[in-house]
Design a protein around this ligand. Structure first.
Ligand SMILES: Nc1ncnc2c1ncn2[C@@H]1O[C@H](COP(=O)(O)OP(=O)(O)OP(=O)(O)O)[C@@H](O)[C@H]1O
Ligand SMILES: [Mg+2]
Length: 343
C-alpha cells in the first residue's frame, strides 16, 4: 500500500515550500564540537573512528553524512545519540550537552526526542514480537498514561502513516518484506514523536524500486512533522537527492561541508571530487565528466597517515600534506573544506 498523499505532487510541493521556511531560520538543533571517538582495540592500540569533527545541524534540515565504509559515519550518529561517550569534544542537543544527560527522567526525555532508524531492517526488529508490539513498546514507555486502547490506536495510525495496513500489526517481522520492515522501523522511530532522527543507511538494504518509495516517505514525514534528519549513506547520489547540506567524511575526519547544490556543482576537496566523479551519469554516452580514480586502499584508522589523512591517495599531494593537518577554510560562504590547496 502506498500513501495516497504521496501521489499529490501539488500538495507535496507546498508542504516542501512551507518546511523550507523552518530550515531557512538556521536554528541550530545539534552542535558537534571537536568530536572524537576512539576505540581501544587491544595491544595498546587505538582506533580513531572519529577524529575531531565539527558541524551543526539546523532544525528541519536533512544533513547528509557521506563517505566510504569504515570512515566513521555510524560512530558519529551513535555518539550524537549518546549511545557512545565521546573520547573528546562535545555534542550539544537543543542547547544541552549530551554528556550531562543523566538520570532516568532526563535520559527518557532525550531518547524521546532523538531516535535512530537502522540500516538493516532484518536484524533491527525483534523476531519474537509482533509489529504492533514493536511499535507500541516505545509508545508505552514514553506515554505511560496511555491505556491499551490508546496505544492500539496510535500504533494503527502510525502503520497507516508509513503506508502499511493496521492488520500488519498482528504479524511478525519475518512475515514482512524488507521494504515493509523498514517502514516498521520508521514507524517505531516516529511512535514517540521525536524531533531528530539519525537515519543510518535506511534504504541501503532495500531494492532500488523500493528505495525511492522510502525516501519519499521520509521526506513527507519530515515536512509533515517538522523533523530534522542526520542521513547517513555511502551513496553520494542518494544523499544528493535527499539532503539540504552534506558533510563528507574520510578516515574519521570531516573533509568538506557545503550546501547540497554547492557541493555537487563545485566540489573542492580532491576526495569529494573523486567520489562525485564516480557517480554514474544518467546518460552513459555523456562525456562531460572526467572520472577521477581513487588509487590505493583506505589506510587503517589504527594507523592514520601523518598530516592530511587523505594524502596517501591524493593526486594533488604536496610536501606540506604529509606533515601538517590542514585547517578548515571557507572558500565560499557556507562551503567548508579541510585541504592545503585552499588557504
Ligand atoms: N565498537 C567498536 N569497537 C571497535 N571499533 C569500532 C567499533 N565501532 C566501529 N569501529 C571501527 O570504527 C571505524 C568506523 O566505523 P563506523 O561503523 O562508524 O563506519 P561507517 O562509516 O559507518 O561504515 P559503514 O559505511 O561500513 O557502515 C571502523 O574502522 C570500525 O571498524
Ligand atoms: Mg555505518
Amino acid at each position: 500500500m502506498e500513501l495516497q498523499i504521496l501521489n499529490d505532487q501539488k500538495l507535496l510541493d507546498s508542504m516542501r515550500a512551507e518546511h523550507q521556511k523552518l530550515i531557512d531560520k538556521k536554528e541550530v538543533l545539534v552542535e558537534v564540537k571537536d568530536l572524537s571517538k576512539y576505540f581501544n582495540v587491544g595491544k595498546g592500540k587505538t582506533l580513531k573512528a572519529v577524529d575531531g569533527i565539527n558541524f551543526n545541524i539546523y532544525k528541519g534540515e536533512t544533513f547528509g553524512l557521506v563517505g566510504e565504509s569504515g570512515c566513521g559515519k555510524t560512530t558519529v550518529g551513535r555518539t550524537i545519540l549518546n549511545i557512545y561517550k565521546p573520547t573528546k569534544g562535545d555534542v550539544i542537543f537543543r542547547g544541552e550537552n549530551v554528556k550531562n544527560i543523566k538520570g532516568a527522567k532526563k535520559v527518557r526525555n532525550f531518547k524521546k526526542n532523538a531516535q535512530m532508524i537502522f540500516q538493516d531492517p532484518y536484524s533491527s526488529l525483534d523476531a519474537r514480537m509482533t509489529i504492533g508490539e514493536i511499535i507500541g513498546e516505545g509508545v508505552k514507555v514514553h506515554y505511560p498514561d496511555y491505556d491499551e486502547n490508546k496505544i492500539k490506536n496510535r500504533v494503527s495510525n502510525l502503520l497507516q502513516l508509513v503506508g502499511l495496513n493496521p492488520e500488519h500489526g498482528a504479524r511478525f517481522p519475518h512475515e514482512l518484506s524488507g521494504g515493509q520492515r523498514q517502514r516498521v522501523g520508521i514507524a517505531r522511530a516516529l511512535a514517540i514523536d521525536p524531533a531528530f532522527i539519525v537515519c543510518d543507511e535506511p534504504i541501503s538494504a532495500l531494492d532500488v524500486s523500493i528505495q525511492a518509495q522510502v525516501v519519499n516517505l521520509l521526506n513527507y514525514l519530515q515536512w509533515e512533522m517538522g523533523l530534522t534528519y542526520l542521513f547517513i549513506s555511502h551513496d553520494l547520489s542518494m544523499v544528493q537527492h535527499i539532503s539540504d547540506r552534506v558533510g563528507v567524511m574520510y578516515l574519521g575526519n570531516l573533509v568538506e561541508l557545503a550546501d547540497n547544490k554547492q557541493l555537487y556543482a563545485n566540489p573542492l576537496h580532491p576526495y569529494t571530487q573523486a567520489l562525485i566523479s564516480a557517480i554514474p551519469e544518467a546518460d552513459p554516452e555523456s562525456t562531460t565528466k572526467d572520472r577521477i580514480k581513487l588509487e590505493g586502499e583506505i589506510p587503517s584508522p589504527v594507523n592514520k597517515p601523518s598530516g592530511c589523512s587523505f594524502h596517501t591517495r591524493c593526486i594533488h599531494c604536496m610536501d606540506i600534506c604529509t606533515k601538517e593537518v590542514p585547517k578548515v577554510t571557507e572558500p565560499e560562504p557556507g562551503h567548508f573544506v579541510s585541504c592545503h590547496l585552499y588557504k
